[in-house]
Ligand binder design. Structure first.
Ligand code: PLP
Length: 383
């Protein structure tokens, strides 16, 4: 790992040494469950069994640590598997977690319903309201402050450095879900966070062909607990999945640039459209988090949401009428996706304080030609 090199160089080279036996420039996929030993305990390169370690997984983990500027990275079979390991590594029954009102619905469900059943308590607060965060953190036994920025689906921007200071003052571990920005646009550890969480399914993988997750952190003691749970509970990334994720990451910097450029152009176009009530995109100067995003991020990303004047019926019709933008869950791939959060990604939080308004449509803007994307939206929006 050469810290002095730039992000794009590290994204292509770190953890990716060519194969010494054949010279193959791409390290092979180690599609194997076990490793032959030279006599009992005679391991070659430390590898013993595929759950405890695999060279393809090591290469992904080395790469992720480098890109997030962390000492340790662990990859998992999904983003939620990564989150679950982190929660179990840190919490014991009776502990309290503070999380944003608009974190990923699956994160809230995991903390509230899965860990809730084991005695973990949680409070959801508006992370933009520092006084409310401070009050929630003061709850007895707060162990984790969970931040997601930009948030889903309203692209709220949260001040990572300010919240990290508040969290640390309260003795909490500060966790940032960096899925929406990716390390190409935002580096939470450098801003004071303790742990970065990723659904690598999204921008890191980038091609909608693999599910995965990761944790990146600096603390050696916590890293050991996370590594132990990765091994002992077993939600590891498979070799092929790790390889696909590495392959995706090589183009992360250029993809994020294009995602951001396309999303900016689309956001600006949508603002003037009569069917549109509000556009939620941090790249717009009118977005409440614009200045903070400009400081904290190095680009505004490819995600935006739009509220339609015509309410739920118009939003549903719009989401079902595009053709280049395909109607699907997920985000962060090269192809554009459209979604209706209140019945798709956020269906699990309907009827709670985390509910998403029913006239909102979310776009994951891909890297196609922006003129084709705008023409597609224009055809699908109510006139
Ligand atoms: C998708 C997503 C997750 C969950 O990741 P999976 O890979 O689907 O398990 C967590 N956080 C955010 C922000 C996500 O978009």
């Amino acid at each position: 790992m050469a810290d002095s090199q730039g992000f794009s160089t590290r994204a292509i080279h770190d953890g990716q040494e060519f194969d010494p036996t054949t010279g193959a420039i791409i390290p092979p996929i180690y599609q194997t469950s076990t490793f032959v030993q030279d006599g009992i305990g005679g391991l070659r390169g430390g590898y013993e069994y595929g759950r405890s370690g695999n060279p393809t997984r090591t290469s992904l983990q080395t790469l992720l640590a480098s890109l997030e500027g962390g000492a340790h990275a662990y990859s998992f079979s999904s983003g939620l598997a990564a989150e679950d390991v982190l929660l179990r590594a840190v919490l014991t029954p009776g502990d309290h977690v503070v999380l944003g009102t608009d974190v990923y619905g699956g994160t809230h469900r995991l903390i509230n319903r899965v860990h809730g059943a084991w005695g973990i308590r949680n409070s959801t607060v508006d992370l933009g309201d520092l006084a409310a965060v401070e009050a929630a953190l003061a709850t007895d036994s707060t162990r984790i402050l969970w931040i997601e920025t930009p948030s889903n689906p309203l692209m709220q921007i949260t001040d990572i450095a300010a919240l990290a200071a508040l969290g640390h003052a309260a003795g909490a571990l500060v966790v940032v879900d960096n899925t929406f920005a990716s390390p190409a646009l935002q580096q939470p550890l450098a801003l004071g966070a303790d742990v970065v969480v990723h659904s690598t399914t999204k921008y890191l993988g980038g091609h909608s062909d693999v599910i995965g997750g990761a944790l990146v952190l600096n603390d050696d003691e916590l890293a050991e607990k996370v590594g132990f749970l990765q091994f002992a509970a077993g939600a590891v990334s498979a070799p092929m999945d790790a390889w696909l994720t590495v392959r995706g990451i090589k183009t992360l910097a250029v993809r994020m640039q294009r995602h951001s450029d396309n999303a900016q152009a689309i956001a600006e176009w949508l603002v003037g459209h009569p069917a549109v009530e509000t556009v939620y995109y941090p790249g717009l100067p009118t977005h409440p988090g614009h200045e903070l995003a400009a400081r904290q991020m190095s680009g505004f990303g490819g995600m935006l949401s739009v509220a339609l004047v015509g309410g739920a019926a118009a939003a549903r019709r719009f989401a079902e009428s595009t053709t280049v933008f395909q109607l699907a869950e997920s985000l962060g791939g090269v192809e554009s996706l459209i979604g209706y959060p209140s019945e798709m990604t956020h269906a699990s939080v309907r009827g709670t304080a985390l509910e998403v308004p029913d006239n909102i449509v979310r776009l994951s803007v891909g890297i196609e030609d922006v003129a084709d994307l705008i023409a597609d939206l224009e055809r699908a929006l109510p006139r």
